[in-house]
Design a binder for this molecule. Structure first.
Ligand code: CP
Length: 346
């Protein structure tokens, strides 16, 4: 378990009381037994108001450093299903711009430091969700999850990732729930494919998808052009196939996503816009009538053709709908850790 309740972390160089480091959700390991988590999700989905008492008189704060449609609505809905009050703060849109690094002389356009802002925000709520994408300026800053970890360390409240610099575990948990619902064999073949995009996108979604698929009972294959290798801690033992058509053969699920290069010296760069990688009926024809998945938002006819995303095997809408369920399991567990089976992580 990454975090234990009541682990004192000190004063964080602030003239403030000692804080406690609470539980957090930033990766697949924080869910503990994955089968139990999926089972819990499917049970909650049958009656999503069964735990309305858990969040009574509790407040969920959602802090966004970046835009969102699904995460914002589904997580807010999950909090409401649990009886919580919910508050949303958009940093950079109506809030003070926050300085996130220590030691900076704050003579620029950021009037508040995150080390004051976090405990202030935490004083108004019981659970905090944070969205803070990779900035592609400093790989170490991104891959240390500097912003979310500051919330974990300095809020004293349970914190969960609503997409960090390196991972999007609410999305990947929803993806796994969706695969469980739609699979028609015990161990389906699941292919994660890179696809072209006009802008440089973070690796958070493919990283987390790989993280979850490596823990799930699936035959997992990753395919991308050379140069787009993901971080080894997420790929782990997964098969990497550079020939997209070969990777798609016999696939039961195709998960498309763009990401920018991870490897140095190209971190954050676009290396290819090869439209041959756009998922179309040409590639889908060699699959086992695969279901098509994408986290959304998706750029049509860059990532996937109209025909495939609108086709009968596309499950992008139920996949997005399951974001409410994944968020609800996570928030419920953060609110009621004492109800967890012994040894469970979150
Ligand atoms: N998939 C996802 O996280 O969507 P949003 O960016 O709209 O929240």
């Amino acid at each position: 378990m990454k975090n234990t309740e009541n682990e004192i972390i000190g004063e964080a160089n602030l003239n403030s009381p000692l804080r406690t480091r609470a539980r957090s959700y930033t990766n697949v390991k924080d869910l503990g037994n994955l089968q139990d988590a999926v089972k819990e999700a499917l049970e909650i989905k049958k009656n999503r108001f069964a735990y309305k008492h858990i969040g009574e008189n509790k407040t969920l704060l959602m802090v966004f450093f970046n835009s969102s449609l699904r995460t914002r609505l589904s997580t807010q809905k999950a909090g409401m299903n649990l009886g919580m009050n919910t508050m949303v703060l958009d940093i950079n849109q109506g809030a003070w711009k926050l300085e996130t690094e220590r030691g900076v002389v704050m003579d620029g356009d950021k009037p508040e430091h995150i080390l004051e802002a976090i405990p202030v925000m935490a004083s108004y709520c019981d659970v905090i969700g944070v969205r803070a994408f990779a900035q592609f300026e400093d790989k170490a800053f991104d891959y240390q999850e500097t912003i979310i970890n500051q919330f974990i360390e300095h809020s004293g409240k349970p914190v969960f990732s609503m997409e960090g610099a390196t991972s999007h575990p609410l999305q990947a948990f929803a993806d796994l729930i969706t695969i469980e619902e739609y699979k028609d064999k015990p161990r389906p073949k699941v292919v994660l494919t890179w696809a072209p995009h006009p802008r440089a996108l973070p690796q958070a979604v493919p990283n987390s998808f790989a993280d979850f698929m490596n823990e799930a009972d699936v035959d997992f294959v990753i395919t991308h052009p050379e140069g787009y290798e993901l971080a080894p801690q997420f790929v782990r033992g997964a098969r990497v196939e550079y020939d997209q058509m070969k990777a798609f053969e016999g696939a039961d699920f195709v998960y498309a996503k763009n990401w920018a290069a991870f490897q140095d010296p190209n971190y954050g760069k676009i290396l290819s816009k090869d439209m041959n990688w756009t998922v179309s009926s040409r590639q889908m024809a060699v699959t086992n009538d695969a279901r098509f998945m994408h986290c959304l938002p998706v750029r049509r006819n860059m990532i996937v053709t109209d025909e495939v995303i609108e086709g009968p095997r596309s499950i992008v809408i139920p996949e997005a709908a399951n974001r409410e369920i994944s968020a609800q399991v996570v928030i419920k567990r953060l609110l009621s850790p004492s109800n967890l089976p012994e040894g469970e992580a979150l």
